[in-house]
Each structure stands twice: as structure tokens, then as C-alpha cells.
Design a protein around this ligand. Structure first.
Ligand SMILES: Cc1cc2nc3c(=O)[nH]c(=O)nc-3n(C[C@H](O)[C@H](O)[C@H](O)COP(=O)(O)OP(=O)(O)OC[C@H]3O[C@@H](n4cnc5c(N)ncnc54)[C@H](O)[C@@H]3O)c2cc1C
Length: 376
């Protein structure tokens, strides 16, 4: 007789939903607790690489994601609008660079979760977890499970309730994330289908990462030091940004919604698990966004978690094996992202080397059976 096992997950972000789907696919019943009252991503774009695409394929979201994503064949680095480096991401080089809006990616993952039969409880705030196998909600309710997952983001209460946080580091820069209409017609003719890393390295270092998401939406990741209160302000200070990047004036002027500023931050844990509790995603390994791999590694580790516990009665051992297998690549990606962030290496171009692309080129656990998606 097959005994169905049950998982309780805190957090319906990319990590929580990917774990939920992958567990459902392996016969588990799953309930996800989301503190927010609705499932909504904020207005920004996101990079997803080959590793993340393979996980999306495995959890049943790949086709819908690709239907409204942009594949940029080039990443340009410019100083004062002068090209200083270019990296080509053509499929024959093996790694594709896909960009899209967060809302699109999130909607596709939510739909995949619904198709898989995942139960999501909104407005359910989790405040702690027990290593014996329970999530504890703000109203005092205990939700017992064979496996408990803390996917509740960088400020994870699940993680902190069992004392797993080892260190948190912050850096001197951060990013304002906004969406704007693409408006190619209003800009001077240029490579507007490329991802372009515009730098202004004068006495006020600022950067705009120009990222097409689809035919209509443009993502601007606007980097400013934490100490630059004017440039890191929300809503954006149009005059400051237009003065630094006049070539983007028409789109900068169209940024009217608030946006969001996040300082770069890294967190590391003592261990990724405690008893029957697994910590996954930003809760386990928040990283600087310089390689665009936070969500990619989050969903890789979420799928790998479901693979690790499949058919296992000894959950604690399975979680240790999961961490031993997955943590080295995650930690490499975190460390490399942090190094690039600290030294502002993206400003020099030429940083898309094998170390920077190690996670992107990795075949995630649980996707080994899939053919190459590039050829598909
Ligand atoms: C500036 C910036 C740019 C980035 N760009 C990229 C990129 O291009 N590509 C990429 O792969 N990654 C990128 N990332 C990283 C990416 O956004 C994260 O790694 C990813 O969102 C992590 O997903 P998660 O599910 O672990 O956490 P989250 O997305 O934070 O989800 C956590 C969920 O848990 C919920 N929650 C929180 N607390 C509780 C609680 N107590 N009880 C119940 N629910 C709770 C939250 O509401 C949320 O829904 C970027 C990050 C930053 C800061």
C-alpha cells in the first residue's frame, strides 16, 4: 500500500510553489501558507537562465513562461552610452538569456501549482516551526506534517525560529526596480532588443540595466549606492536619472509607478535543515542580484528537495543528503554574485565567464531526463 505523505510549506513565492508542485508530482499532499492576502508579484522584470528553464519544464510551467518571454542574444556594457564590452548568448553557445516580467513568471508558476492540486491558504502567517514536523501560525494553530518547508523569504521566521541563520551581509549598492513601456519608436535607433548595462561612472556612480521583457514591457534595474538618497528614492527622481542617462529619457519619463529599492544582501545558514524542517530559496541563501540567479537557484533547490525525499522514510537523512548535493553550487553562485557586487565588476564587462555561468549551465537535479530545451 502506498502511504501518502504530507508537507506544509510557509511562503508562496517561487521557491515555495516549485517545492509544492514537485512534491505533488511525487504523490505528496501539500498545503502552502502565504502571509499576503493575494498572490501578486511587484512590477519588475526577471532573468531566468537554462537551469531555471529546465526546472520550469519539470514543474509544468515552461511552455506558458516562454509564450511571453524575451530572448536577448546580447548583453552589452556601455560607459556614457559607448560600447565597451559585449557577450553574445546565442543558443549555439549553450546558454540562453531569457527575460520576462515577474508577474508573468509568477502567474505561470501559480497556474502550474493549481493544475498540480496544490492547496494555497492566503493570509496565513507562519511565525515558527517545530523540528518534529509542524508549522506554527500567528493564530497559534499547529499544522503537522512529514516535511515542513520554510520558503518564507529573506526574513524567514521559520528559519529564525530554529536558529539556523549564520550570517547576513549587506553591500554598498542597491537597485530600484521598475517597469516602463518599451517605446522603441521614441528612442533613437539602437540595439533595443539587447540587454544593455548602461553605466555612468562619473562622481555619482549610477547604472541602468535596460531589460526588454516582451513586446510591450521594459524592465529598468536602476543601481544606486545606498548612501545616494536622491537616486535610491522611491518614486524615482526623474531629473537625477535623466541627467545620467539622457539616451533613455523617453522611457524614464514614463516610469510613474512607485517601484522598489533593495540593497544587495547575502544570507548564509548554519545548515539548510533542522529535523523535518527544510529551508529553501531566499530564506536559505539570499544573494546579491548581480548574476540574476536568486530565483533560479531557489527553484532548483526546491525541485531537488522533492527529489531527495521521494520514497524516503528517513526525512532527516534525506535532507542532509539534499544539502550536501545542492549547497556547493548555490554557495559558489552566492559568493561569485557577492564578489561582482562588491567590486562593481559588471561595469567592466567581460564578467560572463564560466564561473559566472556555472549555475546557468548546470543540469538541475530532477531534470536529468529532459532533453536539451534549446534544441526542442
Ligand atoms: C534587485 C533584485 C533583482 C533580482 N533579479 C533576479 C533575477 O533577474 N533573476 C533571479 O533568478 N533572481 C533575481 N532576484 C532574486 C529573486 O527575486 C529571489 O531569489 C526570489 O524571489 C526568491 O524566491 P523565494 O520564493 O525564496 O522568496 P520570496 O520571493 O521572498 O517569497 C517568499 C514568500 O513568502 C511569503 N512570506 C514571507 N513571510 C511569511 C510568513 N511569515 N508566513 C507566510 N508567508 C510568508 C512572502 O509573502 C512571499 O510570498 C533578484 C533580487 C533582487 C533583490
Amino acid at each position: 500500500m502506498v502511504v501518502s505523505r504530507h508537507a506544509e510549506i510557509a511562503g508562496a513565492g517561487f521557491a515555495g510553489l516549485a517545492a509544492a508542485i514537485a512534491l505533488r508530482q511525487r504523490g505528496w499532499t501539500v498545503r502552502v501558507h502565504e502571509a499576503a492576502k493575494e498572490l501578486r508579484a511587484f512590477g519588475a522584470g526577471i532573468f531566468i537562465w537554462e537551469n531555471g528553464l529546465r526546472v520550469l519544464k519539470a514543474v509544468g510551467a515552461y511552455e506558458s513562461v516562454m509564450a511571453n518571454a524575451h530572448e536577448a542574444i546580447s548583453y552589452e556594457t556601455r560607459h556614457d552610452n559607448r560600447l565597451i564590452a559585449e557577450h553574445r548568448f546565442t543558443p549555439d553557445k549553450g546558454t540562453r538569456m531569457l527575460t520576462m516580467t515577474r508577474q508573468h513568471l509568477y502567474s505561470c508558476v501559480i497556474e502550474a501549482a493549481e493544475r498540480a492540486g496544490v492547496t494555497i491558504v492566503l493570509g496565513s502567517e507562519i511565525v515558527a516551526a517545530s523540528p518534529n514536523g509542524a508549522l506554527i501560525a500567528a493564530d497559534g494553530e499547529h499544522y503537522k506534517a512529514d516535511l515542513v518547508v520554510g520558503a518564507d523569504g529573506v526574513r524567514s521566521k521559520v528559519r529564525d525560529s530554529v536558529g539556523l541563520l549564520k550570517e547576513r551581509n549587506s553591500y554598498s549598492d542597491g537597485i530600484v526596480r521598475v517597469l516602463a513601456p518599451r517605446m522603441k519608436h521614441a528612442l533613437r535607433p539602437d540595439n533595443w532588443d539587447h540587454v544593455i548595462d548602461f553605466w555612468n561612472l562619473g562622481n555619482r556612480p549610477l547604472r541602468i540595466l535596460y531589460v526588454p521583457c516582451n513586446m510591450d514591457d521594459l524592465y529598468l534595474a536602476m543601481m544606486a549606492p545606498v548612501s545616494d538618497k536622491e537616486a535610491s528614492a522611491i518614486p524615482i527622481n526623474h531629473d537625477v536619472w535623466i541627467a545620467a542617462f539622457p539616451q533613455l529619457e523617453p522611457v524614464i519619463r514614463r516610469v510613474t509607478v512607485g517601484g522598489r529599492y533593495d540593497a544587495y544582501e547575502t544570507s548564509k545558514l548554519i545548515r539548510w535543515s533542522s529535523g523535518r524542517i527544510a529551508i529553501v530559496g531566499d530564506a536559505a541563501h539570499g544573494m546579491a542580484p548581480t548574476l540574476g540567479q536568486g530565483a533560479g537557484t531557489a527553484i532548483m533547490n526546491a525541485l531537488a528537495l522533492a527529489v531527495a525525499v521521494e520514497g524516503r522514510s528517513d526525512i532527516e537523512d534525506a535532507l542532509e543528503e539534499w544539502e550536501t548535493r545542492e549547497r556547493p553550487l548555490t554557495e559558489h553562485t552566492q559568493n561569485h554574485s557577492a564578489l561582482i557586487a562588491k567590486e562593481r565588476k559588471t561595469s567592466q564587462g567581460g564578467f560572463w565567464d564560466a564561473d559566472a555561468l556555472r549555475a546557468a549551465n548546470h543540469v538541475p537535479t530532477g531534470t536529468e531526463h529532459l532533453p536539451s530545451l534549446v534544441a526542442a
